[in-house]
Design a binder for this molecule. Structure first.
Ligand SMILES: Nc1ncnc2c1ncn2[C@@H]1O[C@H](COP(=O)(O)OP(=O)(O)OP(=O)(O)O)[C@@H](O)[C@H]1O
Ligand SMILES: [Mg+2]
Length: 270
């Protein structure tokens, strides 16, 4: 495996994760870990205001859990950040750059990858064909694309074993691996994950959470983890934000949120 600060085998990402030479994106630019800050974001659907002045900071290289009940606005937040829906007000800062108002393609190119709710594999295509979608916008050499796919196969062994099989034959956990692998092919600095544990058996859910931790700790990715499974998310996150009806009702380090009995009772369901 050959991406990220650890690909060099040069020690922890804390120590060297911001080394500009450590990770090259497909345009050859240095891909550093970056913070993502959403400031005063207002977004919605027609008359519906789904986010009403939301401010969230996901620190560089950390895991930020976004929690809240059905309809709280979690998915809308990720859609707004990834440019899938227009923002009406507010800023979306990747490092120092405001990406609000850019197209989804520009936002992917800026370094933000989104794994949407409901997984999004195309069941009729093979595992490899699904993965190749992640490299479709790549310019440059075919050999680079092949190498990048091999990297993901190294990272996700079950996908390597099934590369010629239709994605419909994958288990829930393997599908989740596939969509995460596909997102990683965009060489993101920020990864937005919408309910990656949804519908998975507890053991598989734990594997997915382990993977999220690895991507953050070993590869320095900044991760925004949307989850209804608040307990599981807070167990791996550094920081947590609780949304309710499109507003932030709590924001604190993960251990503080997990210890707040009233908050758990009112908003987190555990
Ligand atoms: N495509 C849409 N058109 C109209 N309203 C929508 C649409 N998608 C979401 N909404 C509304 O926006 C609000 C926020 O929805 P959102 O999907 O962001 O919630 P969520 O926190 O992701 O919920 P869940 O946990 O169920 O996934 C809800 O009131 C929802 O009904
Ligand atoms: Mg949702």
């Amino acid at each position: 495996m050959n991406r990220g600060a650890n690909g060099s085998g040069a020690g922890s990402s804390e120590a060297n994760g911001r080394s500009p030479a450590a990770d090259m994106d497909r345009t050859g630019a240095a891909a550093e870990s970056d913070s993502l800050t959403v400031e005063g974001l207002v977004a919605g659907y027609g008359e519906v205001i789904a986010l009403d002045g939301v401010t969230v900071t996901a620190s560089a290289g950390g895991i930020t859990a976004v929690l809240g009940a059905n309809g709280a606005g979690k998915t809308t937040l990720l859609r707004a950040v990834s440019g899938m829906i227009k923002t009406r007000r507010g800023r979306i800062l990747l490092g120092d750059h405001d990406v609000a108002g850019r197209s989804p393609e520009q936002i992917v190119r800026a370094g933000i990858a989104h794994v949407p709710e409901g997984q999004g594999v195309i069941p009729e295509l093979t595992v490899e064909e699904n993965l190749r979608i992640g490299t479709m916008s790549w310019r440059g050499r075919r050999a680079d694309r092949v190498a990048a796919l091999e990297e993901e196969y190294t990272r996700f062994k079950p996908l390597a074993d099934r590369r010629r099989k239709p994605a419909s034959t994958l288990s829930g956990g393997e599908r989740q691996m596939l969509v995460i692998a596909r997102a990683l092919l965009a060489r993101p600095r920020v990864l937005l994950l919408d309910e990656p544990s949804l519908g998975l058996a507890p053991r598989v859910m734990a594997q997915v959470m382990d993977l999220v931790v690895r991507l953050s700790r070993e590869h320095g990715l900044t991760i925004v983890l949307v989850e209804q499974n608040a307990r599981g998310a807070l167990a791996v996150a550094d920081h947590g934000v609780v949304l309710n009806l499109g507003r932030v009702v709590a924001s604190a380090d993960a251990a503080t949120l997990a210890a707040d009995v009233a908050l758990r009772h009112h908003y987190l369901g555990f």
